[in-house]
Design a protein around this ligand. Structure first.
Ligand SMILES: Cc1ncc(COP(=O)(O)O)c(C=O)c1O
Length: 380
């Protein structure tokens, strides 16, 4: 099946009781049993729910995996992966990633005896040098949030295989339309489904997809034991979002390309971060492992002062100033004070995330209108 057909039909079976083409929202907490322990495969909705089941099947199909698990947020999905580990285990993660992932690792899990190494993952040799006998997991986000760095997933998978480590890839920025990490050797794919999978800025949700049955059992055990499951209405929204993922992503990519080039040619703009530029350090890897370059762009102004950056972010009209990304509408964001505020300033600056960086989630409006909006704001 080609991508578009797959996104529309993944996990979708007409409801057996009515023929409804859309999976019903099974808004129930429990299921009646005909005798103790005799049930129709559903006992209690923290453990199983038919709407969630349909979504989890769809998630597996669209990431070319065997199993999908849905969580109440992206960070809840990340949390479940880290709970596979034991005190004393070490994790190699990127030095540029979503601030909430960094916060979860450094503020929640470090105190339970886990050790995280935050390294430059654009160079596989660098990652290799941090592997030791305690290492259990490589956590890779690619493209990264917000600096759009690219990690070579196949190279990470080779290191993971050689040292018997797990490789989990946060595929939120690319979405399964642009990249499938399991095909490149990753063990687990993680999504903030809040973003491109949902696609309409109306739901918070996360996902994990994997091939290994033992790994699925462990993660399912964590899902039901810790209880960070999404409600059926939210599962319905993500199922619906997935059906248009290919159409939306095509437009995100087209608009992203136009806006990246517009910004790069603008006299007031400094550096533009977008992995579709041929001179981007990760361009060749991105070209190999992705089907397009996406709609996430970061940039700085030539006038490197925070006041100018803040003025621009408060002046756009179509680009709404807000956290999050991946919805149909365009958003503008100040990582230093918003999405990445939980990373200590020195740490951020050392890794290239400056106070003047501006991040765009380019939506699927008409590109000309988006460019006009940016042009007006750049000239205020
Ligand atoms: C790359 C990435 N991973 C994970 C998350 C966390 O997802 P959620 O906000 O759904 O918990 C985000 C949220 O912005 C993100 O951008």
């Amino acid at each position: 099946m080609k991508l578009g057909t797959k996104f529309i039909h993944a996990g979708a079976e007409p409801d057996p009781s009515t023929g409804a083409i859309m999976t019903p929202i099974f808004q129930t907490s429990t299921y009646v049993q005909s005798a103790p322990g005799v049930n129709k495969g559903f006992e209690y909705a923290r453990s199983q729910n038919p709407t969630r089941k349909a979504l989890e099947e769809a998630l597996a199909i669209i990431e070319n995996g065997k199993y999908g698990l849905a969580f109440s947020s992206g960070v809840a999905a990340t949390d479940a992966v880290i709970k596979l580990l034991e005190p004393g285990d070490e994790i190699i993660a990127g030095n540029d990633m979503y601030g909430g992932t960094y916060r979860l690792f450094s503020k929640v899990f470090e105190k339970f005896g886990l050790k995280f190494h935050y390294v430059d993952m654009t160079d596989a040799a660098n990652v290799r040098s941090f592997v030791n006998k305690n290492t259990k997991l490589i956590w890779a986000e690619t493209p990264t949030n917000p600096l759009i760095n690219i990690t070579d997933i196949a190279a990470m998978a080779a290191i993971a295989k050689e040292h018997k480590l797990l490789l989990c890839v946060d595929n939120t920025f690319a979405s399964p339309y642009l990249q499938n990490p399991l095909d490149l050797g990753a063990d687990i794919v993680m999504h903030s489904s809040t973003k491109y999978l949902g696609g309409h800025s109306d739901v918070i949700q996360g996902a994990l997809i994997m091939n290994d049955t033992g790994l699925r059992e462990k993660l399912y055990f964590i899902q039901k034991s810790c209880g960070a499951v999404p409600g059926p209405m939210d599962c319905f929204l993500v199922l619906r979002g997935i059906k248009t993922l290919h159409v939306r992503m095509q437009r995100h990519c087209e608009n992203g390309e136009k806006i990246a080039h517009y910004l790069r040619n603008h006299s007031k703009v400094g550096k533009v971060y977008w992995c579709g530029f041929e001179d981007h350090a990760g361009y060749n890897i991105a070209k190999r492992q992705m089907r397009g370059f996406g709609g996430m762009i970061s940039f700085t102004l030539k006038d490197e002062n925070e006041h100018a950056a803040r003025k621009l972010m408060s002046s756009t009209k179509l680009f709404s100033l807000a956290e999050s990304l991946g919805g149909v509408e365009s958003l503008i964001n100040h990582p230093a004070s918003m999405t990445h505020a939980s990373i200590p300033r020195e740490e951020r600056i050392k890794n290239g995330l400056t106070d003047t960086l501006i991040r765009l989630s380019v939506g699927i409006e008409d590109a000309e209108d988006l460019i006009e909006d940016l042009e007006k704001a750049l000239n205020i």
